[in-house]
Design a binder for this molecule. Structure first.
Ligand code: NI
Length: 166
């Protein structure tokens, strides 16, 4: 296992569209190592989530939740830690809300971002089994933030208007 450097805003690798993990890659030592590095880097950096492109791996793999109180979001509810492979999100209704976000790839910046309040998430877990959940509130927010990384989107791209920030 290796704690990897987290790429920073301005690195073009953060803007690439990540590739889906293929069926023949599931269960491979390569994928297990990628997942371990992602988890170890997230834990070392006190992230509440992390996406593979942030450690320079252009694949559709994210971790959502830290499973323990997180220094970066001390007031947020603890979200169970879950590795998601090839995740997809569908909003359950039109309800959205503003909430504060930061990002390990955007140091020193926090802003309020509008996100869906309730989403259905489908993915494969790290052992390649289908996984799906309805996520609400902060968990839904983290999932949306991490999935954005897979499409090269960073939270400053989604900033609310100045009016909404007030
Ligand atoms: Ni981020």
């Amino acid at each position: 296992m290796t704690i990897r450097p987290v790429l920073q805003l301005g690195d073009p690798r953060l803007r690439q569209k990540a590739l889906p993990i293929r069926a023949d890659q599931l269960g491979s030592d390569w994928l297990s190592e990628l997942v371990r590095d992602l988890l170890e880097t997230q834990a070392a950096r006190q992230g509440v989530g992390l996406a593979a492109p942030q450690i320079g791996e252009p694949w559709r793999v994210v971790v959502v939740g830290s499973g323990r109180p997180c220094q970066r979001y001390p007031k947020a509810p603890v979200i169970p830690r879950q590795v998601l492979i090839n995740p997809r999100l569908t909003p359950l209704d039109r309800a959205s809300e503003l909430g504060e976000e930061g990002c390990l790839s955007v140091p020193g910046q926090r802003a309020r971002v509008r996100r869906w309040m309730r989403v259905h998430c489908q993915a494969l877990s790290s052992d390649g089994r289908p996984w799906e959940r309805t996520l609400e509130g902060f968990a839904a927010r983290v999932a949306q933030h991490e999935l954005d990384h897979l499409d090269g989107i960073l939270f400053p791209d989604r900033l609310a208007s100045a009016q909404e920030l007030d």
